[in-house]
Design a protein around this ligand. Structure first.
Ligand SMILES: [Zn+2]
Length: 81
């Protein structure tokens, strides 16, 4: 049995089965825990911060061969007589 560092609930795992780097999920608070040490047993909550890379490619500067004259060709209206 180990205690959840987040909510202090008992987690039903055998300490002997844990290895450093293992991950557990607390059933009480749904925290994701990782084993950071074995003697003494240390658990660490894995915070769910999505650190997304904010590197959106900006395709704004298209200077290569952008000289296409896209003048809209006016479609000649067909005369409906
Ligand atoms: Zn918990």
């Amino acid at each position: 049995m180990v205690n959840c560092p987040n909510c202090d609930a008992m987690i039903d795992v055998d300490e002997d089965d844990l290895d450093e780097g293992d991950t557990l999920t607390c059933e009480e608070c749904s925290a994701d825990l990782s084993v950071t040490g074995l003697s003494p047993l240390e658990l660490e909550t894995q915070e769910d911060e999505d650190e997304e890379d904010e590197e959106e490619e900006e395709d704004l500067h298209y200077d290569e061969d952008a000289d296409e004259d896209e003048d809209e060709e006016e479609e000649e209206e067909e005369d409906w007589h």
